[in-house]
Design a protein around this ligand. Structure first.
Ligand SMILES: *[C@@H]1O[C@H](CO)[C@@H](O)[C@H](O)[C@H]1NC(C)=O
Ligand SMILES: *[C@@H]1O[C@H](CO)[C@@H](O)[C@H](O)[C@H]1NC(C)=O
Ligand SMILES: *[C@@H]1O[C@H](CO)[C@@H](O)[C@H](O)[C@H]1NC(C)=O
Ligand SMILES: *[C@@H]1O[C@H](CO)[C@@H](O)[C@H](O)[C@H]1NC(C)=O
Length: 413
């Protein structure tokens, strides 16, 4: 008998617990059923009340806070839902809208938000070399490294060198708070910022190209030569200057790591995918790979005009190749430009990673991290380098890169 009663009691207990659990779960699923003693008011109590003490005065603040909190909660919930649904299509990887690009192609005149009108007008002669570096607003530190290393302004090997950074507006304005005033200050301090009113995306780099050329034509017409490059390159400016000195700024010159007969990439997965509707020919015109290129003043002026007549093309290097084709100028390959960084051992099997003697003979090396640029520059300029004229180091080459960046914009033969 006793055992049975005990058993019944136990059963009842288990049932009650089960029911309670169920009820509790239901409650949690539908928070609107709950009374006010829930998480939300608890959160509300965390809102800093500020200096307001009276409840009446507190009300609007609290309401504001509540609205904010609710929207946060809502966003978090919706966000997580969306995240679950759309993980493969993150906004940065969303497919490029070629239709939209083609439709808005004629909108290609954007205003200059920050200018350096006196960059080239400090003395009558104008700079020998203008260094123009593509950058994005977020890269404050990279610009700083470039300023302190190869991008230094002043007299280098007897000639005047000036510098500008080329920027568009940030893609995500909320990610860089106060970017506008930060940039104003940076510009005020260094006087090397050019900012245009288009969104700084990969596919808008062509706009940057056009706008820079027309800026140079207008505000830097007295320059002799221009180097235009990325912020992740190492440039041996002394070598550039030595190379340019015997050249005439009045003659055409376009030198870089030239890529010939590249085929458009037709694979949709590639960052450089170009559909046939956009470019029907089998080969791209010869173009200078990223990293950087050199041009003379007269070439800059011709290109500035030519590029205004060429239809926009989303890959800026290739676009410039089209402009070159239009002015019938064959770009010249120079071995000193290493567009792809030194990724393949076969490119330089006898060299060590941080052998400054190697950099000494180069002009431009692409895809470097800020620290690498800093280190190389300091090694090169520290003391007399112990390099012989034709030194060969017989050690295995090991360039430690985390991952090989995709570097070709077309398929080269
Ligand atoms: C919950 O709060 C609302 C206002 O915030 C109030 O109108 C309602 O009576 C409260 N309910 C309970 C059960 O306290
Ligand atoms: C671009 O716009 C500016 C004014 O915003 C104007 O002065 C200039 O002529 C325009 N250029 C072209 C090519 O339309
Ligand atoms: C913009 O940046 C903010 C802050 O980093 C981030 O919360 C937001 O999700 C970003 N927006 C987009 C569209 O990437
Ligand atoms: C280029 O910038 C313009 C102006 O900010 C913008 O409307 C357009 O969407 C951008 N295009 C691309 C392909 O990012």
């Amino acid at each position: 008998m006793r055992v049975r009663i005990k058993g019944d009691a136990l059963c009842t207990l288990i049932l009650v617990i089960a029911l309670c659990t169920l009820f509790y779960r239901q409650l949690r699923k539908h928070p609107q059923n709950q009374d006010n003693i829930t998480k939300k008011p608890a959160k509300e109590s965390k809102i800093p009340a500020g200096t307001v003490n009276s409840k009446k005065h507190l009300e609007p603040d609290v309401r504001l806070g509540k609205a904010k909190l609710l929207s946060e909660v809502y966003n978090a919930e919706v966000g997580s839902e969306e995240a679950k649904l759309t993980i493969p299509v993150s906004p940065t990887q969303s497919p490029f809208d070629f239709q939209l690009y083609l439709r808005s192609k004629d909108h290609r005149n954007f205003s200059l938000l920050i200018n350096q009108p006196n960059k080239c007008r400090k003395n009558l002669e104008g700079p020998f070399l203008l260094i123009a570096v593509k950058s994005i607003v977020e890269d404050f530190d990279r610009r700083e490294i470039v300023r302190k290393t190869w991008g230094r302004e002043g007299v280098i090997n007897g000639v005047r060198v000036q510098r500008v950074f080329l920027l568009g507006t940030p893609r995500n304005e909320t990610a860089v708070s106060m970017w506008g005033s930060l940039l104003q200050q940076e510009s005020h301090f260094y006087k090397d910022i050019l900012l245009w009113d288009f969104i700084d995306t990969f596919f808008n780099l062509t706009l940057k190209e056009i706008h820079f050329l027309s800026w140079a034509d207008k505000f830097c017409e007295n320059v002799k030569f221009i180097f235009k490059g990325d912020a992740d390159v190492f440039v041996n400016v002394e070598n550039l200057v030595n190379f340019l000195r015997p050249q005439s700024p009045l003659e055409d010159l376009f030198v870089g790591d030239i890529i010939n007969h590249a085929k458009p990439i037709r694979s949709r997965k590639s960052k450089y995918y170009i559909p046939e509707t956009m470019y029907g020919l089998g080969n791209y015109p010869a173009y200078a790979g990223g990293g950087g290129f050199l041009m003379s003043a007269v070439t800059m002026k011709k290109l500035s005009r030519a590029c205004e007549e060429v239809e926009l093309f989303p890959i800026d290097d290739v676009f410039l190749g089209m402009c070159l084709q239009r002015i019938n100028l064959k770009p010249v390959l120079h071995e000193g430009f290493k567009t792809f960084g030194i990724t393949k051992p076969s490119a330089a099997p006898h060299l060590q990673t941080f052998d400054p003697c190697f950099y000494r003979d180069l002009m431009v090396v692409h895809s470097l991290r800020a620290a690498e640029i800093w280190l190389m520059w300091n090694l090169l300029h520290s003391q007399q380098l112990p390099c012989s004229q034709r030194q060969r180091i017989k050690k295995p080459f090991h360039w430690k890169r985390k991952k090989a960046k995709q570097t070709t914009k077309g398929i080269t033969n």
